[in-house]
Design a protein around this ligand. Sequence first.
Ligand code: URA
Length: 238
Amino acid sequence: MRLDKLLADCKYGTRTDVKKIIRSGSVLINGVAASDPSVHVTKDDLVTVNGTPVSHRENLYYIVDKPENMLTAMEDKRLPTVSDLIPENIKTRGLSPVGRLDYHTTGLLILTNDGELSHRITSPVYDLEKRYAVTYEGAELTEDNVREAKKGITLTDTDTPVKLKGCELILTDKNTCELVLREGKTHEVRRIISHFGRSVITLRRVSVGPLVLTEEKPGMIREMTPEEERAIKTSVGL
Ligand code: URA
């Protein structure tokens, strides 16, 4: 990667800013002052700015609290998308959403440019739990529903019946429940609730594996902490 891009990616300023920093002589590559912003550096080069090592963190990991009425997409002609939440300085870094939340669903969405991590989080092979908090209308769900969910529901709302993996249905309060899924079939939570003859009023994803949103802050976007990054990678064998 070019030295000026590395420094800009690491938030030392715009490309113009970092060119100035480089020309000031405060950037060293393997102990030697750099003067050319376009010089290429690799992960094996030790780059420092005023003596502080710069980490070559090409992959980015963000957590979003997706608000209602927003598409899980990077572009749309008419509707707001999660790309509207991404800060300008990282818009070109190839972030994309991991999996999909419906337009009306809120909650935890990961944005990353790490393709392998994204693949593993969404693949049923890695069995990662995703937890959803649901409010629904209709009669209260029952212990029979809990048992059926655990055994594995067969959805019959399309031409071909779809057998789901067993999932955990937790009856939390009157007309609220949680569902813990290990796969991500289209509209899976809404379809499970409607399989039981109820309909979803609100749906929020509260966790993905070890990552948890403890408070509601619709529209929030932040970088994962190093601990979160390590935890989510470890949970899918990376
Ligand atoms: N299941 C759904 O039905 N919708 C979502 O957005 C996520 C899971």
